[in-house]
Ligand binder design. Structure first.
Ligand code: F3S
Length: 428
């Protein structure tokens, strides 16, 4: 099937806005045809990745500059293209570590410099260098029903579920083409008919803390995989950080891109509405045994209780999380053999510095870092053997990525380990 194109889409395809836009439209048409999409849809909000350094990208930059790298990686084109300014608001998601991490890891200075070069090139072309997996924490807040083109699983599930925006989990090429055209294939979660719930998961144990929401999300994702759960039961009222953790966890153990919390999330005023008034399936139960299974799974890579690295801020920490960390570290000092990193968007790091949180965290011996995380940059403090985190996503991924042991627990357990060098966490 070939997609129907509007007049402006045909004009872009035929080169009236230049060769790069034509290449972008050609990519979107091929992509949409492969998906079986009938048409494209307008978007004015793209979140993708252009600046993340890699050996392949470095080679392309040597051959033909950033225009070459963008053409090959983001537009799937071998042509020599002149890359114009983005047609619609486009932001850079998380990328590699920046200069604030220089010297703290084995991450190369060349990669940091290459990324700085990319930031100059792409910001000149209208890319907003938000450099975070949580663009919604730093001003990129699409409205309900808005069609957006976002990458990054934890951001996609937040945009769809909490904000009620509409996006599939896009890639570097489709977002690269969307930024230059303001178009994305209309399929999947852009279509309201595909946004109703498919499963019910009921919590029979209380879910009422950051750790609880992460563990519940990990269970939900493991159960429903890429489907659309509605979650009910003994749920406290989650805040932004709880929902951020919950969604990231559902997208880690499964591939959830949209969930509903009846009475809370915008497209599910009731459980019945989440199912469009149709039949409601029998609930999958999250009870004490399931909760313990999640906890043990996330701690399965922990053996030694001698901890040398604490990682907080996955997904990137909110200002409130930074405040909580600072308050808990007031007057305390990290153990000599432990490093503490808190990941946050650069815009919030500015606020954390202004509010004194960074000073308190650094006085205790920790670091507030931006732009990336150990999983994205595949880097931790040198010689790390055992790390601890309050993030289900990092506990899941980092042992496999870096070959290190992992402990998963509460913020207090993580900070106690940072101060004592020993893991003493356990399921309450
Ligand atoms: Fe963000 Fe890295 Fe976690 S990109 S969601 S902090 S794995």
């Amino acid at each position: 099937m070939t997609m129907l194109l509007t007049d402006d889409e045909r004009r872009m395809r035929d080169g009236e806005e230049g060769a790069a836009v034509a290449a972008a439209m050609d990519l979107l048409i091929r992509y949409g045809d492969a998906l079986g999409a009938e048409r494209l849809v307008d978007t004015r909000n793209v979140a993708g990745t252009m600046t993340q350094p890699s050996p392949a990208k470095a080679q392309l930059v040597r051959e033909g500059g950033w225009a070459k790298a963008y053409a090959v990686i983001n537009l799937d084109s071998d042509e020599d293209l002149d890359i114009p300014r983005m047609k619609v608001p486009t932001c850079q998601l998380q990328h590699g570590f920046s200069d604030d991490a220089d010297g703290l890891t084995g991450y190369s200075t060349q990669s940091i410099e290459l990324q700085g070069d990319a930031e100059s090139y792409f910001s000149d072309r209208g890319v907003n260098i938000l450099a975070t997996c949580t663009p919604y924490q730093v001003g990129n807040l699409p409205v309900r029903g808005e069609h957006v083109a976002w990458m990054e699983s934890s951001a996609v599930v937040y945009a769809n579920s909490v904000l009620g925006a509409r996006t599939n989990c896009e890639g570097g090429a489709s977002t690269g083409a969307a930024g230059l055209t303001g178009k994305i294939p209309y399929w999947g979660l852009h279509d309201p008919a595909n946004r109703f719930a498919t499963h019910v998961v009921r919590a029979d144990v209380r879910v009422d803390s950051f750790q609880d929401w992460g563990m519940f999300g990990y269970f939900v994702g493991e159960q429903v995989l890429e489907a659309r759960p509605a979650v009910i039961g003994d749920l406290g009222l989650p805040d932004l950080t709880d929902l951020k953790h919950f969604g990231a966890a559902t997208a880690t153990s499964g591939g959830v891109e949209l969930y509903h919390v009846p009475g809370l999330t915008p497209e599910a005023p009731t459980l019945e509405a989440a199912f469009d008034g149709g039949p409601i399936p029998e609930a999958i139960v999250y009870g004490e045994a399931e909760r313990r299974w999640v906890y043990e799974t996330l701690n399965a890579q922990g053996e030694s209780t001698d901890v040398d690295f604490i990682l907080l801020g996955c997904p990137h920490a909110s200002l409130d999380q930074l405040a909580q960390i600072a308050y808990r570290l007031e007057g305390r000092r990290l153990h000599d053999s432990v490093q503490l990193w808190v990941m946050t968007p650069r815009a919030l790091a500015t606020m954390a510095a202004r509010n004194g949180y960074t000073r308190t965290i650094m006085r205790a011996g920790g670091h507030v870092l931006t732009d990336s995380c150990p999983a994205m940059s595949r880097a931790a403090p040198p010689d790390t053997k055992v790390f601890a985190t309050d993030s289900a996503k990092q506990a899941h991924y980092l042992p496999a990525i870096l070959g290190i042991e992992a402990w998963f627990g509460t913020l207090d357990e993580c900070l106690d380990a940072a101060v004592t060098g020993r893991w003493t966490g356990g399921l309450a």
